[in-house]
Design a protein around this ligand. Structure first.
Ligand code: AMP
Length: 261
């Protein structure tokens, strides 16, 4: 597995540069990942980005980075007023306004243009965002390969989300039962402390599921009509879901670059 890019250009925006330049690949993979919060799409994004050249571009990670800046955490500068307001929406489990999200993505256009491709995780979240993304990709002549939708019954999603733990340093994702770290509370990859995201707490999970059903589920229909939807069952362990993902990609999309050994 290759070293994961630090995604500095995505997480910090502006002129930040990534520590590891993505390799030139013959056919970069460009996907949108859909799925209810807690379904495990972040884990799949990590697996895909370890095997291919594409970075996981999570809008939620950018808001969480701003949130930690707000509390004297790891981000470099204090958040802008729009970002501070966005953090408030995130803390309540509500969607951040479309325009704020679109501004954030537009500021990071270089990540969409990246020669390694991209995995959009958590964006678009509404049909209005999807339409705006279509316009951006058309204008930039960037091809989207597909939209992978991870499907799982709601009770299972809530159980998964509440057991999730995230590394405070490298953002790697674990689960108390399905994917525990070797040492309790410590990240296997970087030794960082694991924590439960504020929005993975039970009260917030419920709001997020309702928000997902209301705003994001219509996206599935949107992309189905465009012939881009690839539905994958998210039942089982991450390795099994990943194997299904690779099979579906091989079947539906021209074979992308082989995963690195
Ligand atoms: P996630 O990690 O993708 O579940 O995102 C965490 C939170 O960030 C969400 O519950 C929203 O409050 C906010 N967020 C992330 N991406 C978006 C988006 N595309 N549109 C609106 N809000 C978003």
């Amino acid at each position: 597995m290759k070293t994961l890019n630090d995604r500095a250009a995505w997480l910090k925006g502006g002129d930040a540069a990534c520590s590891v330049a993505p390799p030139e690949v013959e056919r970069p993979l460009r996907l949108i990942l859909l799925g209810a919060p807690g379904v495990g799409k972040g884990t799949q994004a990590e697996l895909l980005s370890s095997g291919f050249a594409c970075c996981q571009l999570s809008t939620g990670d950018v808001f969480r980075a701003a949130n930690s800046a707000d509390r004297g955490g790891c981000a470099d500068s204090a958040p802008s007023p729009a970002m501070a307001a966005a953090v408030g929406f995130m803390r309540r489990g509500e969607l951040v306004p479309d325009q704020t999200v679109l501004d954030l993505v537009t500021e990071r256009m270089n990540c969409l243009r990246c020669r390694g491709g991209f995995l959009l995780d958590g964006f678009p979240r509404t049909v209005a965002q999807a339409e705006a993304l279509d316009r951006i990709l058309d204008r930039e002549k960037i091809r989207l390969d597909g939209v992978v939708s991870y499907d799982l019954p709601i009770e299972e999603v809530v159980a998964r989300a509440s057991g999730r733990r995230t590394c405070s340093k490298c953002k790697a994702v674990y689960h108390l039962t399905a994917h525990p770290p070797a040492r309790e509370g410590i990240c296997d990859k970087c030794g960082g402390a694991l924590y439960q995201r504020e929005d993975d707490k039970p009260e917030t999970i419920r709001v997020r599921q309702e928000t997902y059903a209301r705003s994001t589920a219509p996206l599935i229909e949107y992309y189905r009509r465009k012939g881009l939807l690839i539905s994958i069952s998210a039942e089982g362990v991450p390795g099994a879901i990943f194997a299904r993902t690779l099979d579906a990609l091989a079947e539906r999309i021209l074979p992308p670059e082989k995963p690195a050994a």
